[in-house]
Unconditional design. Structure first.
Ligand code: PLP
Length: 388
């Protein structure tokens, strides 16, 4: 089959491939524990389910406005701006089916053939995929354990060039769980203010921070005028399957991103948006218990991993991921992840699913029950014990 050249530059997300392999093993009768998916195990809020069902029954089954319902955009602006020390108007909000389209649309709208885009490595694999697909030049910047998985300011400074069009940040980070400090963001903001590059700040895990509170690069000086904040309902409200996300950005760009919405999906389903609106209203009841539960799970996962000979794991400051170092086993991350799936009955991701700098690490999601986590750790410990 002859495909357009750009298809050869399109990557993928390994989590879905590992899930398919795990399911194939399950079909053969094997019991697999799923620590691979970046998906919270909590139910979606009752308020969202009720509002979504009511919307469907009342006939909200048609096309709707492309940037999103005004009610929803107003609520998002009202809640999500002040959380970051910012003010947004509804015309600075674009609602999309999931957070991912904001990534795609931003890159398509801003990055020309040959433009350079800085992005985190290890980082969400879709960044590199979309940069390449759009014809941009992916320029990875490392997030290293020795630096608590924080941005290396000097590295970024050295790799900013007149061709740098976009800098992608992701704090809290998937897969490392690292959280950028306010000071580190302030320093970076000062540097970026002197350049022309735009910033895509992926803040989809911003509610899941275990110490201190979230800081957005957009809150520094005038940087909001060049920043797109990506956020959404998938993780915060455990609504991954509803497909509901949003971007906060300058109004002029929001109009052009809306044009991309019109050209691709027309709009985000209206019952989904009604569900999201209801979820926002009950956020004080649903979010804090999730954070507390993730905090408890984090302790169990990190302590459990560090108790295994040859494994070292930093405490993630945010998200629901652990990123243990397994270099001592002398095998690649992929070999260890495959071995754990085939021989240990535990699905997890190789660090290299997130870029070259992920070599030597695994990503374990604790978006699953404590029972599964304890059993998963037991299996990993036993399987790694047989390796060493
Ligand atoms: N950004 C990051 C860092 C993610 O980990 C994910 C999902 O795993 C997304 C964006 C996409 O979220 P959504 O499912 O809302 O498209």
């Amino acid at each position: 089959m002859r495909l357009a050249g750009r298809m050869s530059r399109l990557g993928t997300e390994t989590a879905f491939e590992v899930l398919a392999r795990a399911q194939a093993l399950e079909r053969q009768g094997k019991h697999i524990l799923h620590l691979e998916l970046g998906e919270p195990d909590f139910p979606s809020p009752d308020s969202a389910i009720e509002a979504g069902v009511t919307a469907l029954h009342s006939g909200l089954t048609k096309y709707t406005t492309s940037p999103g319902l005004l009610d929803l955009r107003s609520q998002i602006a009202e809640i999500e701006g002040p959380r970051r020390g910012l003010r947004f108007a509804p015309d600075q909000v674009v609602v999309t089916p999931g957070g991912k389209p904001i990534m795609f649309y931003t890159i398509l709208a801003l990055v020309d053939e040959g433009d350079e885009v800085l992005y985190p490595d290890p980082g969400f694999p879709i960044y590199e995929s979309m940069i390449g697909f759009a014809g941009g030049t992916p320029v990875p910047y490392p997030l290293r354990e020795a630096n608590s998985f924080q941005i290396d300011f000097d590295h970024i400074k050295a790799h900013l060039t007149p061709r740098t069009r976009l800098v992608i940040l992701n704090s809290p980070s998937n897969p490392t769980g690292g959280v950028e400090s306010r000071e580190s963001l302030a320093r970076l903001a000062e540097l970026l203010l002197q350049r022309n590059a735009w910033i895509l700040s992926d803040e989809i895990y911003s509610h899941f921070i275990f110490e201190g509170c979230h800081a957005s690069i957009a809150s520094f000086d005038t940087l909001a005028s060049r920043t797109i904040i990506l956020d959404g309902f998938s993780k915060t409200y455990s609504m991954t399957g509803w497909r509901l996300g949003f971007g906060l950005m300058p109004a002029e760009l929001a109009q052009r991103i809306t044009q991309l919405v019109i050209n691709s999906v027309s709009c985000t389903p209206v019952f989904t948006q009604r569900g999201g609106l209801a979820a926002l209203k009950t956020r004080d009841q649903t979010i804090p218990p999730m954070i507390e539960e993730y905090r408890r799970r984090r302790e169990v996962v990190v302590d459990g991993l560090n108790a295994m000979p040859g494994v070292r794991c930093q405490k993630p400051g945010g998200t629901f991921y652990a990123f243990p170092n397994v270099t001592s086993f002398g095998k690649s991350s992929k070999e260890i992840a495959d071995y754990l799936l085939d021989q240990g009955g535990v699905a997890c991701l190789a660090g290299t699913a997130f870029g070259r700098e992920g070599e030597g690490y695994l990503r374990l999601s604790f978006g699953t029950s404590m029972e599964n986590i304890r059993e998963g750790l037991k299996r990993i410990g036993a399987a790694l014990g047989r390796l060493s």
